[in-house]
Design a binder for this molecule. Structure first.
Ligand code: ATP
Length: 295
């Protein structure tokens, strides 16, 4: 029977000498999910991705990819990857490299659609040595997609892309997810993870800290931020609910566990709050708090 899971990781540990890069990781990712791997530098994201691709041998644990061993899944064209240090052959045309990649898979992605999906229109005749960082990443994406793999593993895929390139890239990923592909990506762009992933996995020191929808992660943080313009030297420490105050130029930023009580007090007696904004924790704040970078 075909496994309903794209990825099943049990008790995975990866060791480099004295460094335990991944420490007892359990993760089950169903087919069709879009999952972000988050965590600070050295958290173990790349080590996990590399182990799933069969590029490094785990110290302990087991990994099943589309119901098979990593090597068998990769051999069968089940997995496409964009790695952090992925390279392109030198002195070749993009079109030639792509042709070669497509020919090596049992089912190649149709060229026209592949070019449109990866956004590399106009680059096929270019030398691989004459690409910008963002163009290079899109060509690497096209190579990852060449075999129409059900599972995509992307390690910081947008790190060299400009804002427009990122937007286009994530629109492509959403399209792939809608077509049933499973997308697992490591990133430091938490806003992107929040917007794109239906599930986020937070690692630190090789351990799993959180695993669930971004909304549940953020909901665990009851505090809200209230900001408004106030030029005076008024102090807000004693306002009900307020646990921290900060002034950024003319803007006052209050952190409160009870936003209703805080606002009621601020607006009492005809008080005015120009440019008022109330917002919940961002995914960035939630992850930084979880990983201990914020109090
Ligand atoms: N080839 C290697 N040899 C020795 N140590 C390594 C190797 N690769 C990774 N490490 C170590 O393993 C730990 C986890 O690294 P990993 O690259 O998996 O983290 P990461 O979460 O991907 O970090 P980043 O966000 O910086 O890419 C780090 O302490 C790192 O120094």
């Amino acid at each position: 029977m075909t496994s309903p899971l794209a990825l099943e990781i049990s008790g995975l540990s990866v060791r480099f000498g004295d460094t335990l890069a991944v420490d007892g990781l359990d993760l089950a990712i169903p087919r069709g999910a879009t999952v972000a791997l988050l965590g600070p530098n050295g958290a173990g994201k790349s080590s996990t991705v590399n182990a799933v691709l069969g590029l490094i041998r785990p110290a302990t644990g087991s990994i099943r990819v589309l119901g098979r061993s990593p090597a068998a899944a990769v051999r069968a064209g089940g997995v496409g990857a964009m790695l952090q240090h992925g390279g392109l052959p030198s002195e070749a045309r993009v079109g030639e490299v792509l042709d070669l990649a497509r020919r090596s898979f049992p089912t190649a992605w149709p060229l026209d659609d592949l070019v449109a999906t990866a956004g590399i229109d106009g680059l096929l005749g270019r030398s691989t040595d004459a690409l910008s960082g963002g163009q290079r990443q899109r060509v690497l994406l096209a190579l990852a997609l060449a075999g129409a793999p059900p599972l995509l593993l992307l390690d910081e895929p947008t790190s060299a892309m400009d804002v427009e390139g990122r937007r286009a890239f994530w629109a492509t990923m959403r399209g792939l997810a809608e077509r049933g592909h499973t997308v697992v990506f490591a990133t430091h762009h938490l806003d992107e993870a929040d917007a794109v992933a239906d599930r986020v996995v937070v690692l630190a020191g090789g351990r799993l800290l959180a695993d669930g929808p971004a909304a549940s992660l953020k909901a665990g943080f009851a505090e809200r931020t209230i900001s408004f313009t106030s030029a005076g030297e008024l102090r807000f420490d004693a306002v009900p609910g307020v646990s921290a105050t900060e002034r950024r130029g003319d803007t006052v930023v209050l952190t409160t566990a009870d936003p209703e009580a805080t606002l009621r007090a601020l607006l009492a007696d005809g008080g005015r709050l120009p440019d008022l904004e109330v917002r919940g924790a961002s995914l960035e704040e939630a992850v930084l708090t979880l990983t201990g970078a914020l109090r």
